[in-house]
Design a protein around this ligand. Structure first.
Ligand SMILES: Cc1cc2nc3c(=O)[nH]c(=O)nc-3n(C[C@H](O)[C@H](O)[C@H](O)COP(=O)(O)OP(=O)(O)OC[C@H]3O[C@@H](n4cnc5c(N)ncnc54)[C@H](O)[C@@H]3O)c2cc1C
Length: 291
């Protein structure tokens, strides 16, 4: 049933480089294997590229499904009317896919270039940047329900909203059908390069992180609020509010999940106290945390 690892560290499967082991880490290769694991009732968590996760120091009990080994098929169809139909598996790298589409002169996923993680995670998070988001390109998504049954949902049924979606509880995203359009390779490439340059200029990419920790409150930038609260550079252990982008917490080397969560509480309390704004977390906590 795919690759199964016992007591497997998760820190090295996250971009934050934080977290204890999974009791069992499973890499299903096919829908059938995924269905069998879901029906076993042992699955407690699903992960993609681990780029939006804070995994607890104690790790995760039960079976963690990792979508990074199978689910990598991609097909591109050009019916000739200017539209392009792309089918892709949840285990495909989002940036890899947007790069591939550029080479095939397909436009629509330029915004996603440079966003870490896998396609399944991007759908669950409705990942977005530079005015684009997954919601705009999705036609249908196939999921495996918690009961191990395959279902196809329309874009509307995925319930996409700002950095969020409402797939059925416990469902695993398997693949997606996207409607994109034919474009000019040169132009697409130019947009992607500009987006990437902007990321490099604004984000602390030299350190491990999980990207933006908080969603932007309506009409405001979370990073700006955190900066105005005087929190840039504030640290708990090796977890530090980035001096480059205050909505990023960076791991300066040996940050623990406990340090990171304590720092998040300081940020949340300070911003609430100073501006009366409740920050909503974008990163997802996985495993047991006390307090
Ligand atoms: C440096 C950096 C920059 C970033 N920039 C951006 C940005 O510009 N825009 C943006 O939106 N995000 C950004 N992020 C956050 C992150 O990259 C995105 O949220 C990404 O889409 C998450 O994908 P993932 O595969 O890593 O998901 P994971 O972190 O592994 O999981 C995220 C959530 O999705 C669930 N999940 C994952 N795969 C599946 C699946 N197949 N089925 C069901 N549930 C699943 C997990 O259980 C979890 O709840 C950034 C992160 C970093 C580190």
């Amino acid at each position: 049933m795919g690759k199964i690892l016992t007591n497997e560290p998760l820190w090295n499967k996250t971009t934050f480089r934080i977290g204890g082991p999974a009791d069992k880490l499973v890499y299903p290769g096919t829908n059938k294997e995924l269905g069998q694991w879901l029906r076993s009732g042992e699955v407690t968590c699903v992960m993609g590229g681990g780029s939006n996760l804070l995994v607890s120091d104690a790790g995760v009990r039960g079976v963690v499904i990792h979508m990074g080994c199978g689910f990598r098929d991609v097909s591109i169809e050009k019916p000739g009317d200017g539209s392009v139909v792309v089918f892709a598996g949840a285990g495909v790298s989002l940036t890899g896919l947007s790069g591939l589409l550029m080479k095939e002169s397909v436009s629509g996923l330029e915004f996603a270039y440079g966003i870490p993680g896998l396609l399944g995670g991007a759908l669950v998070m409705n990942a977005g940047a530079m005015d684009g988001e997954m919601k705009h390109v999705v036609d249908a998504v196939t999921v495996m329900t918690f009961e191990g049954e395959q279902r196809t949902l329309t874009g509307d049924e995925c319930g996409f909203s700002y950095r969020s979606s409402s797939f059925p509880e416990g469902a695993v995203v398997c693949d997606v059908k996207m409607i994109l359009k034919e474009g000019e390779k040169k132009t697409i490439n130019k947009i992607m390069r500009a987006n990437q340059a902007e990321r490099k200029a604004r984000q602390p990419l030299k350190y491990p992180s999980a990207g933006s920790v908080y969603k932007n409150p309506e009409g405001q930038a979370a990073g700006r609020l955190i900066e105005r609260a005087g929190l840039k550079g504030v640290a708990v252990g090796d977890a530090e509010v980035s001096g480059k982008h205050a909505n990023f917490i960076i791991n300066r080397g040996r940050a623990t999940a406990r340090d990171t969560l304590r720092l998040m509480k300081i940020i949340e309390d300070t911003v609430e106290e100073k501006f009366n704004v409740t920050l909503e977390r974008e990163i997802r906590l996985v495993g047991e945390f006390d307090g």
